[in-house]
Design a binder for this molecule. Structure first.
Ligand SMILES: *Cc1c(COP(=O)(O)O)cnc(C)c1O
Length: 378
């Protein structure tokens, strides 16, 4: 049912182009883990995974066992790396659904080993080490001992080793330092005859700006969706997602009247104000109150007053041609006008990741494959 006029359009052609750009950039010999965590960054897990599967992605990276199981239940056969730690008692899911765990803890490794032994399997895992993120995994200085302990488990295959870089967009020297630590660590292991089939640390920004971070596997997320993690990124991508609504009510409001909660916007001279069907409960941030704009017909219009739970108000000035039912683009483009996720994020003083991953799952997603609208990558 779509009585409320609010929807997301997903351009699968753009996704495809972005994926190809990543492949072209890293080259044939480097494997790609497409990061599809949190419902493919709000784009919808299954349709996005289906397209990536057709394109020949090597691995999926997910944020939870639940998402991985959903992929398996929908018939996906690709390896799936679960990019997080899980609490004890859940190792059996990895075996049952053939999911690749991230191992950061001996007890969990022991559990995986035990479950794998029961089935007579040698089970692949990826080990995550900390080279400066301060999140999951043993600090690299402690990781050697950790890996030696894990190597004793007979039913575990050390398939991958990885780390994560916190400052790819802000601190190139720290990033290069991390990459060199990771590299040296791998060499040290090699000397001890410990070899991992896959070594990886590059996210989107690493892929684009740090070729030395590619190793033999990369983990793109945001750029697959056509969103730049930072304006400094050296890669052109096409946005995949558009967010659209319609004007559901419109009236003329006189000078001196206030708009929305708190009357933070007072009408300066009599103007037409349109109400559109989207609000903060849909994931359109309250922080965009009085600072965002939208596209209607061929113009930008300012959002006035606070964002409500399921409405926003737009100042239409004296534009008599704009009517109830007209489409309101919150994210997306029409001809030369464009509102990107990055634009909204900077206006809301947040990051693009937060904007897209919080778009409500209740908003219908419409998947399109417009052959003509998106230029092929060179
Ligand atoms: C989310 C995630 C990525 C992808 O990051 P992007 O900046 O979106 O490319 C890569 N690696 C890990 C471990 C992640 O959690």
């Amino acid at each position: 049912m779509m009585i409320r006029p609010l929807w997301i359009e997903i351009n699968l052609k753009a996704l495809r182009n972005n994926f190809k750009r990543v492949k072209n950039l890293v080259g044939r010999n480097i494997k790609v883990i497409a990061t599809v965590k949190q419902s493919a960054y709000g784009h919808g897990l299954i349709p996005i995974a289906r397209e990536l599967s057709v394109l020949g992605v090597d691995f999926f990276g997910v944020g939870s066992v639940e998402e991985a199981v959903l992929l398996r239940e929908n018939g996906f056969k690709e390896p799936i790396l679960v990019l997080t730690a899980v609490l004890k008692g859940f190792a059996n899911y990895f075996i049952q659904y053939n999911l690749t765990p991230t191992v950061v803890d001996i007890k969990f490794a022991k559990e995986v080993n035990k479950q794998a032994a029961k089935k007579g399997m040698i089970f692949p895992v990826h080990i995550k080490i900390d080279t400066g993120m301060g999140r999951l995994g043993p600090y690299y200085k402690d990781a050697y001992e950790f890996i030696k302990q894990i190597r004793r488990f007979k039913n575990i295959f050390l398939e991958g080793i990885y780390t994560h870089m916190p400052c790819v967009d802000t601190d190139p020297s720290f990033t290069n330092y991390q990459i060199s630590i990771f590299n040296e660590f791998i060499l040290k292991l090699k000397k001890e005859n410990i070899q991992f089939k896959f070594q990886h640390c590059a996210n989107s920004m690493g892929i684009a700006n740090f070729p030395n971070s590619h190793f033999n596997m990369v983990r793109p997320g945001l750029i697959l969706y056509g969103i730049k993690p930072s304006p400094r990124i050296d890669l052109e991508v096409n946005p995949v997602l558009s967010l659209k609504s319609r004007i559901i009510f419109l009236k003329s409001i006189k000078k001196g009247m206030g708009i929305s909660y708190g009357r933070t916007y007072i009408v300066k001279k009599t103007t037409r104000i349109g109400t559109a069907a989207i609000g903060y409960a849909d994931g359109y941030p309250w922080a965009l109150s009085n600072v965002a704009s939208v596209i209607i017909k061929n113009s930008f219009f300012s959002l006035v007053g606070r964002v409500c739970m399921d409405h926003i108000m737009v100042n239409l000035g004296n534009r008599g041609d704009i009517k109830v039912e007209d489409e309101v683009i919150l994210i997306g483009r029409r001809k030369d006008l464009q509102i990107t996720v990055q634009d909204l994020a900077s206006r809301a003083k947040t990051i693009p990741y937060e904007i897209i991953s919080r778009l409500s799952p209740k908003i219908p997603r419409i998947y399109k494959y417009p052959f003509s609208e998106v230029k092929d990558p060179p």
